[in-house]
Design a binder for this molecule. Structure first.
Ligand code: DGL
Length: 265
């Protein structure tokens, strides 16, 4: 019996946990935020792979029956490796988001925004073109969205100005669908939507992923995912549990409760 294990570079993956919890109320989850080493978005592929392996190992020691890589950057660089190396099902956020984008577009022009690492990896672009080879895909890194979301600056002139700087040329590129390819971007959905205009559909990778997780859970033997109410949600971080609880409250939509500090090497 095990919980769903979820990891992210920090607090952002709580958008994925929140969406899973809404679809699967009562299913136990253990969440690891690698707050000592956040952000992953600006780091090299090798470093992100090393961090992702350490996070996965730590969660496997906590008796999980599946692993969700909630971080887009870690999914982009490390998903295939983790799938090869681990004995539990491993799900990432990129393929579900890519699939939803392909389903949403009407003019076959899709935009993707994410961290520098996610965009550089080409992971979204690759999967979207694998699904539909003729698809036109444009991608752009929007790194300032991460601190804005963490600071709670999700509305008003500052995020609107930043969104305008990043996205104005995207508006002219003809895309009709935009993938929010980073854990933090759902918090800025309104500002991003206002900037892109109502004719551009926004695809939330967190939401898309939770749908896939729900499908996988329902196909597993019921005993694999424990329904033990006492162990429902557990939160682990590699640094600063208080700050995680404080910022995380906004991402999760309610109090986080106790946060355990853990060490990873
Ligand atoms: N969680 C990261 C992602 O979704 C964003 C924050 C970071 O750069 O670590 O790519």
């Amino acid at each position: 019996m095990g919980a769903i294990g979820i990891f992210d570079s920090g607090v952002g993956g709580l958008t994925v946990l929140r969406s899973i919890a809404e679809r699967l109320p009562g299913v136990p989850m253990v969440y690891l935020g690698d707050t000592a080493r956040v952000p992953y978005g600006a780091k090299s592929r090798d470093t992100v792979i090393r961090y992702a392996r350490a996070c996965a190992e730590l969660l496997l020691e906590r008796d999980i029956s599946m692993l969700v890589v909630a971080c887009n950057t870690a999914s982009a660089f490390a998903l295939d490796i983790l799938r090869e190396e681990l004995d539990v099902p491993v799900l990432g956020v990129i393929e579900p988001g890519a699939r939803d984008a392909v389903a949403a577009t009407r003019n076959q022009c899709v935009g993707v925004i994410g961290t520098a690492g996610t965009v550089r990896s080409g992971a979204y672009q690759h999967i979207i073109r694998q699904l539909v080879p003729s698809m036109h895909v444009v991608a752009k890194a929007c790194p300032l969205f991460v601190p804005l979301a963490e600071e709670g600056w999700t509305e008003g002139p500052v995020p609107l100005a930043v969104a305008g700087e990043y996205l104005n040329d995207f508006r002219e590129s003809g895309i009709d669908t935009l993938v929010l390819g980073c854990t933090h971007y759902p918090l800025l959905r309104q500002v991003i939507g206002e900037t892109m205009g109502k004719d551009v559909a926004l695809v939330d990778s967190a939401d898309a992923t939770s749908r896939v997780v729900a499908e996988v859970v329902s196909s597993m033997a019921p005993s694999l995912v424990s329904q033990d109410a006492d162990r429902r949600l557990r939160f682990l971080v590699t640094d600063a549990p208080e700050a995680f609880a404080q910022v995380g409250r906004r991402f999760l939509g309610h109090d986080i409760g106790p946060v355990e500090w853990v060490d990873v090497v």
